[in-house]
Design a protein around this ligand. Structure first.
Ligand SMILES: *[C@@H]1O[C@H](CO)[C@@H](O)[C@H](O)[C@H]1NC(C)=O
Ligand SMILES: [Zn+2]
Length: 286
């Protein structure tokens, strides 16, 4: 009798514990990943916030070939998940067949048909060492410049993108898991995908979990970005608002307005331009 009682209790404990584990790890399952300790090898990339337990336990998500979905500005996900305000299109995502491309129903017109986004695959990005999910919509948008080389066409902008990514990942003082910015802007008037809307970046210390960063490729201390680059950045922000990635009452700042930033970024000339943009907010960012 006593033995039986103990084992019922144990069964209860196991049930409680594992319901919890299953519920939490289920989010990783939706990404077709496995929860594992980050000391293990992951042939894709680690995503945090999807697994139960220790913060060292993360979701290893396989690397799928999603380029065709991304270039339609969709998101590859399990059809078990709701495709809010949109519909699933098959044949655009890698991985299992129930992994499909969720494309906004309001279509590219309500989202981004006035912006050309060059996907990571298109510019030849390296795989991130790990990623963190971003909570959206964000309420802050920071403008940066790379303070490096400018570019004027797809070929030169790809080279600059690869250079910035290598610098952010390989410079021991930075050692970021990926290129730091959310998006970059080329002199060719195209937007280059960095971490995108849904992954937390490394760009504006103290603000990274609450902000997206749009960085102009080049040094804009005394020169202006091209008019097509300026238009592209503004269209991108408007598109982010329409897609629910950026809050409708967001505030726009230059990197120099971050608390304790100690930087002239995004350069005097570019900073004077963004002061005239929608929702630019004077003073130190909250
Ligand atoms: C870079 O960061 C990783 C952890 O993300 C760490 O293991 C490694 O030692 C760091 N490298 C340098 C040069 O600091
Ligand atoms: Zn900056």
């Amino acid at each position: 009798m006593k033995m039986k009682f103990v084992s019922v209790l144990e069964l209860l404990v196991v049930l409680l514990c594992c319901t919890d584990v299953v519920l939490s790890d289920w989010r990783c399952g939706n990404e077709y990943g496995n929860c594992q300790f980050t000391s293990g090898t992951c042939s894709g990339s680690y995503v945090s916030g999807l697994c139960y337990g220790s913060t060292n336990r993360r979701c290893c998500v396989p690397a799928f070939n999603d380029g065709r979905c991304t270039s339609r500005r969709g998101t590859c996900q399990s059809t078990r998940l709701a495709c809010g305000g949109g519909s699933y299109v098959s044949g655009l995502c890698g991985g299992p067949s129930d992994r499909r491309c969720c494309v906004s129903r309001t279509g590219t017109s309500a989202s981004c048909n006035d912006v050309t986004i060059v996907s990571r695959a298109q510019w030849g990005a390296r795989r991130p060492r790990s990623t963190s999910r971003m909570r959206t919509p964000v309420s802050l948008v920071f403008i940066h410049h790379t303070d490096g080389r400018a570019c004027s066409d797809l070929a030169s902008c790809k080279r600059v993108m690869q250079g910035v990514q290598n610098y952010h990942m390989d410079d021991p003082k930075r050692n970021y898991s990926d290129i730091g910015y959310s998006f970059l802007v080329g002199g060719d008037g195209k937007i280059y995908e960095g971490r995108g809307w849904d992954r937390q970046g490394a760009h504006t210390r103290n603000y990274n979990s609450r902000a997206v960063a749009i960085s102009f490729m080049g040094d804009f201390m005394s020169q202006s970005p091209t008019s097509s680059a300026l238009r592209a950045a503004q269209n991108l922000i408007a598109c982010g608002v329409r897609q629910g990635k950026v809050s409708g009452n967001y505030k726009l700042y230059g990197h120099r307005q971050a608390r304790g930033a100690g930087t002239t970024c995004p350069g005097n000339r570019l900073y004077s331009i963004i002061k005239r943009w929608n929702r630019y907010t004077a003073g130190t960012a909250p």
